[in-house]
Design a protein around this ligand. Structure first.
Ligand code: FES
Length: 581
């Protein structure tokens, strides 16, 4: 099998010429024959002026490159799409599959023996892993790492749980314009990803638990020197993978590692988005995500990590407490510790590297958990036959069993236009229902599931209400919020049959979400002609997305990308034969 520069030659019908030409061009960059004979470790460069979360990527990539060279490999950095949550219209989720396709095809197209995936902002790590899994290139993940915390008037704060809490206070008139401006300069005080247990942190923790990154890689703060040393060590590990020809991602993304990731997702009180992304990653290697198994895990596995939004602390504190290895050791009875890792050993070795930190309270022992059961529950019922998710660890306990009158918003736009209307007929006991905000409906399943509390109720002191939608929610958000209702309303899911004034019943203990309307009436409503909230797109990526995106339970991946990983796919017909350079 060919390796290094000889892999995946461009097709000119003459493999020797293809290699000759490739070498001629790369020598324009000053490479020697010695360098070009080394195993090639590619490094994805997701630095972008639009992505401050990845602001340390250049230094990190330099450190990874140093590690590659120390181990005798040749680092080759190349750019891919980069997605930041706040700079992605209409939503970052809409672009995740595009980034996954970009990553997959560039891993296939360019010669490399292994790849280091440098990412972190919410959708980037899932996109990169989806692409790498499908391309079959040995891959190791280096997250950019979390931001350090900010401070405001003596209070520790951070992106973006506190963004929402403080903005809520501003909406309620308790924080004025000048103070909210000052706060905006303190919520994200360094480069790196959101430092609460949002989607970025959730993904980094799950990726580490799946053995796809080195120990501690998830939680070392982005600005710290230790992050760079982790990068250097990952570069060195990537060379070992390049020389060994594996493990390929499909050898690491297995039923066992996916289950381990589900255990960790429950134990960290992680982001609901993590479940969608895990379904998409698993789907790339042909493993359907079992939502009911996830729910069962949640009934057994307690929340052990005391981080916002479920708890009090931030990612740098998780790192100081021993990071994911410490958590894995605590979760050992629930995990398959024989699962292999990129480091060449098993998760048992990974957990064995855990440091004992006297007096730390961020990673709780099983005997004194933060919450007795896991962070999330899967709900079913006539409103969500394909399932829905609630992060009950970050909900109001008194609302977990609640029956209320539905107040329906037809779309995100309708909600934005009416939710703060003083004339809106709504009370604190009502259930806010948002339609047409799912994968196809919005499109891109925006993080609109965190419906704002109507202003007149917020000003009266209401902090939480039951909210139901087919949308997602930021991992940094909190509240009694039912998400990912499947199938979504825009494809005919029963959520689309809810009318203002109906009664909705939520019972998290029973794992149910129901619309208390009789079947005959629901059938009558279903037979009524429906008008789409927006016309189906006719061209470009928007059409591809609309026509092929799957529902949340399948990870919102495109239907034609789900399936078995292709494994070693580099020797395409254009590079037939052994090329002797
Ligand atoms: Fe990038 Fe939160 S905005 S991780």
């Amino acid at each position: 099998m060919s390796s290094g520069l000889r892999k995946g030659l461009t097709s000119y019908g003459d493999a020797g010429f293809s290699l000759f030409l490739r070498k001629a061009f790369i020598k324009a960059a000053g490479y020697s024959d010695d360098a070009l004979d080394r195993p090639i470790v590619a490094i994805t460069d997701t630095a972008s002026d639009y992505n401050p979360c990845h602001g340390n990527a250049p230094q990190l990539i330099a450190a990874i490159g140093r590690g590659v060279m120390l181990a005798g490999g040749l680092p080759m950095r190349f750019p891919t799409i980069s997605i930041h949550e706040s700079f992605a219209h209409p939503t970052s989720m809409y672009l995740r599959n595009l980034m996954a396709m970009d990553t997959e095809e560039m891993l296939r197209a360019q010669p490399m023996d292994a790849v280091v995936l440098v990412g972190g902002c919410d959708k980037t790590l899932p996109a990169q892993l989806m692409g790498a899994a499908s391309a079959g290139i040995p891959a190791i993940v280096v997250p950019v790492g979390p931001m350090v915390v900010g401070h405001h008037r003596g209070e520790v704060l951070g992106a973006c749980t506190d963004c929402r809490r403080l903005w809520g206070q501003h909406r309620a008139g308790r924080i004025d314009e000048a103070e909210v401006e000052a706060i905006s300069g303190r919520l994200a005080p360094s480069v790196g990803t959101c430092m609460v247990m949002g989607t970025a942190s959730t993904m980094a923790c799950m990726v580490e638990a799946m053995g796809l990154s080195l120990p501690l890689a998830a939680a070392i703060p982005a600005p710290q020197a230790e992050r760079l040393r982790c990068g250097e060590a990952s570069g060195t590990a990537a060379v070992a993978m390049a020389k060994a020809g594996g493990p390929a991602p499909a050898s690491l993304i297995t039923a066992a590692s996916i289950r381990n990731a589900m255990v960790v997702l429950q134990a960290i009180g992680g982001s609901t988005n993590g479940l969608v992304h895990l379904a998409a990653i698993a789907g790339r290697v042909g493993i359907p995500l079992d939502l009911d198994a996830f729910d069962r895990i949640g009934r057994e596995v307690p929340v052990l990590v005391d981080l916002k939004p479920s708890g009090d602390h931030y990612m740098e504190h998780l790192h100081q407490a021993g990071g994911v290895p410490r958590l894995l050791r605590e979760l050992a009875p629930f995990l398959d510790l024989d699962a292999p890792t990129v480091a060449g050993g098993t998760l048992r070795d990974h957990a064995g590297a855990a440091e004992e930190v006297p007096g730390q309270t961020v990673v709780r022992p099983r005997s004194a958990p933060l919450k007795p059961s896991g962070g999330m529950a899967v709900l079913r019922g006539n409103l969500a036959p394909g399932g829905a998710v609630i992060k009950h660890a970050a909900a109001t306990p008194a609302l977990l069993k609640h029956t209320g009158r539905a107040v329906v918003f037809e779309s995100v736009e309708d909600m934005a236009a009416r939710v703060d209307d003083p004339g809106l007929d709504v009370s604190a006991e009502d259930v806010l229902v948002l339609l047409n905000a799912g994968p196809k409906g919005a499109p891109g399943m925006p993080e609109a599931g965190y419906l704002p509390i109507p202003k007149k109720l917020a000003q009266a002191g209401v902090k939480d209400m039951v909210r139901v939608s087919d949308a997602r929610m930021s991992g940094t958000a909190f509240g009694t919020i039912v998400l990912h209702v499947t199938p979504e309303s825009a494809v005919g899911g029963p959520l689309g049959l809810v009318r203002t004034g109906d009664t909705v019943r939520l019972d998290v203990e029973a794992r149910t979400i129901d619309l208390l309307v009789d079947d005959a009436e629901l059938a009558r409503r279903a037979a009524e002609p429906r008008t789409a909230v927006r016309p189906a797109p006719r061209r470009g990526y928007a059409k591809l997305f609309h026509d092929t995106v799957t529902q949340a339970d399948r990870g919102c991946d495109f239907d034609f990308l789900i399936g078995e990983a292709e494994g070693e796919t580099r020797d395409l017909p254009n590079s037939e034969g052994n090329v002797d350079g």
